[in-house]
Unconditional design. Structure first.
Length: 98
């Protein structure tokens, strides 16, 4: 493999990284909308049953080379950050989440 080939691969990774950032932000926007519904219905931010469903969905969807356990670790962080955003949003509006 040449340095040019490696650079092209890195450019592809950079493009995918930008897409991932966009998708993560889109996911966070949807989660904030769900947080608004939770607030209206007086539901807690943390829903362990739903998080288990999300984890099973993403782990089952992965066809590799990343192992399901690696996907789970990544989504644990994604969900943690999303939950933090929901809490911040609720606190700004004067409510305190469960």
């Amino acid at each position: 493999m040449s340095l040019d080939e490696m650079d092209k691969l890195r450019q592809q990774i950079d493009a995918l990284d930008r897409q991932l950032v966009d998708m993560l932000n889109d996911r966070a926007k949807l989660a904030n909308k769900i947080g608004e519904v939770k607030k209206t219905l007086a539901l807690p931010v943390y829903n362990p049953k739903r998080e288990t469903e999300v984890m099973q969905n993403v782990m089952n969807h992965s066809k590799g080379p990343m192992e399901p356990a690696a996907i789970k670790r990544l989504f644990e962080r994604i969900i943690d950050e999303t939950r933090r955003l929901e809490r911040e949003h609720m606190e700004k509006s004067g409510d305190h989440p469960a």
